[in-house]
Design a protein around this ligand. Sequence first.
Ligand code: ADP
Ligand code: ASP
Ligand code: MG
Length: 437
Amino acid sequence: MKILKFGGTSVGSAARIKALLDIVDPNERQIVVLSAVSGTTNALVEIGQAYINDKKDEAKQLIAVLQSKYEDLIKELFDTEEGLKKGKELIDYHFNILSGLANYLFTPTEEKLILAQGELLSTTLWHFHLEEIGIPSVLLPALDFMKIDEDNEPVVSYITEKLTPLLEENPTNKLFITQGFICRNSFGEIDNLRRGGSDFTASLIGAGLKAEEVQIWTDIDGMHNNDPRVVTNTSPIANLSFDEAAELAYFGAKILHPQSVFPAQKYNVPVRLLNTMAPSARGTLISKDGGQKGVIRAIAAKDGITAIHINSSRMLLAYGFLRKVFEIFERYKTPIDMITTSEVAVSLSIDDTSNLLEIIKEVELFGKVGVDEGQTIICVVGDFGANTHGYAARVLDAVKHLPVRMISYGGSDYNVSILLDSKHKVEALRSLHNRLF
Ligand code: ADP
Ligand code: ASP
Ligand code: MG
């Protein structure tokens, strides 16, 4: 069984939704994961923000604008009166949920309910369209099998346990459709896998069902060797190992959700990145053996990083110091991305600053603390194993004209990371690209 995921642009209009059948063969048993129509989740975020700020009129206006987009979309999507009627009822149902929230106390739970409407809409619209043109499909509610635990970690065994019988109930059906991004949390409430989470959904289903392959269909021909939004002459990479792809996704290659490689890697399910707009392009195959020795493969950048510098003479010749520091971050469930140390100081970087003030207050008990916001991690992925030489020097040489805040080398065999102020990101990416490729 294959899992095919289509991103927002790939379902971005009625024409694109209809064109899914150019790629999806309805006679092959598969699960198709859909994102929300492009722009929808951003609009839903704005609606949620308006409610949070108690700007109900603004929320109402934003809802009306989004609703009219969907009304235009169904006019193009459905050809029969019956199809159009079903589409209209569907839209009314979901938009009534959005406007009805004006009457309730607004909490993060309601916000997540809002964010879930995009994927619920896109999947049902396609299901209705297929019904209209006589192609059987089964809509599988992601909320029945996709779950995160109290640490917000998805539970693969739960997916296997819940999804397998849903598929067995439909032995003759071939085409299954489900929502990306949305899930339930440990309280059973509607939640999500963070922005871009539909990739994660596809990989988790692939892992849960030990699928033959996961295909991520998007608007570009695979993983490029640098960020195509910033650097002009980037090129797609035909093969990547899971480790290489995981580093690139985690450190900012937007084509993949940061965590989406891990489930596929754990269950050894190959992931193919493909272009909906150019289906015959080769794309990128991410697999166990996709790595390449002795070369630098790609560069990615992750913005919104905060660097924390702790200077403490108590660290000198002491043991247990780093543990005490890390315990603070652990207690506030704040992952650390980069770390560098000297005898009396440690620098580390985080991207989740929701508990930054509390963390700093506690870290200050150890010594002098400095905080730099607005930083970017540039991650160069390649073969940096212990036997290689010269690559790190080439990386540093490419950014020698820029002030570098941190350097991390030797932590993994696949990456060298540097931290610098975000205002130097574009120059760093371009310079590295010109020097390394
Ligand atoms: P989708 O909506 O299909 O999930 P995304 O916008 O999330 O699509 O991801 C695809 C986009 O990722 C591309 O259009 C491209 O601009 C961006 N991107 C950033 N870095 C890379 C990279 N290294 N390789 C390919 N695409 C990248
Ligand atoms: N619709 C969600 C988002 O925009 C999930 C996704 O597209 O992957 O973040
Ligand atoms: Mg995406």
